[in-house]
Write a protein that binds this ligand. Sequence first.
Ligand SMILES: *Cc1c(COP(=O)(O)O)cnc(C)c1O
Length: 363
Amino acid sequence: MNRVFNFSAGPSMLPLPVLEKAASELVCYGDAGMSVMEMSHRSPVYEAIIAEAQAKLRAIMNIPENYKILFLQGGASTQFASVPLNLLNKSKKADYIVSGQFSKKAFDEAQKYGDVKCIASSKDKNFTYIPKITREDIREDADYVHICFNNTIYGTKYSYIPDTGDIPLVADLSSCIISEPIDVTKFGVIYAGAQKNMAPAGLTVVIVREDLLGNARPETPVMLDWKVMADNDSMYNTPPCYAIYMAKLVYEWIEEMGGLDAMKAYNEKKAAILYDYLDSQDYYVAPVEKEFRSMMNVTFVTGDEALDKKFAKEADAAGIKNIKGHRSVGGMRASIYNAMPIEGVEALVKFMDDFAKNNPKNQ
Ligand SMILES: *Cc1c(COP(=O)(O)O)cnc(C)c1O
């Protein structure tokens, strides 16, 4: 069977060379005589895998030495609680920007733990833009500020990194991590579920500045305490071994692609094909304000629900899979993460153009 173009928002496509490499090592890894799935996480062979995964992520993202990299479980959603549990420890105030559904969930979860305020939201325009905030919007004694950098469902991305001064900036990068270079030093904490752009589901990566460790609230479950995880090299308990191994293969693939600068150039090229097409016609509407367009998740609608439905159905039959928008937004969403080849985007645009010609709208 041929592989399809899978535009799923997550879990999503993995690079074919990564899948092939994993397949070649599936039954016997190196000379271990067993699969990575069967290994003790305490074995020297596995310890080398996790150490290498960490080193490679540090290298490709240019993560300074004063940041810890944690390989955890529970998805980005668990971090919605871990963030306040680890950081809401001085004034017990935190400021959140609500730019979509995931940041709203993070905000709701954090409210259980203190004085948590939404300082800006783009709900007024159905999350089609990113609010601009300045230092004046942030409470001076806030323990941290939380943002979601790329909004997977709405297809928006920050066009700037908010200046929070000395207050740690915490960012959910689930759907844009390792899609382009980012200045890690601007953040106190970065976290991401792996299943969008890094690995299969089951792994959550947390990148945390060392000085923010060690002040978790007393009620923090040990499994959510970043300090405990950092002190144990992410092996306080059994880590998601196989997903970490897959992440390592993805990091190696990125190195082979030329690192994050090359990845960015490739992603920009793909996104431009789609956005240029959207801007050149009036059959489809791309609701997101241009400045805040995501390079990873591209949303568009025909303006007619029945046509949207037909589009998704016919696209599926043509090998363009999972193009239906999130149930809360409708329309279509093309998730074009690192692993989506340029041919996939070209095929989508051709399909869109044919569909528009074959399905004229009633005037
Ligand atoms: C998918 C996603 C989440 C939820 O991730 P889980 O790993 O399923 O908990 C959170 N934030 C963003 C930005 C996402 O794209």
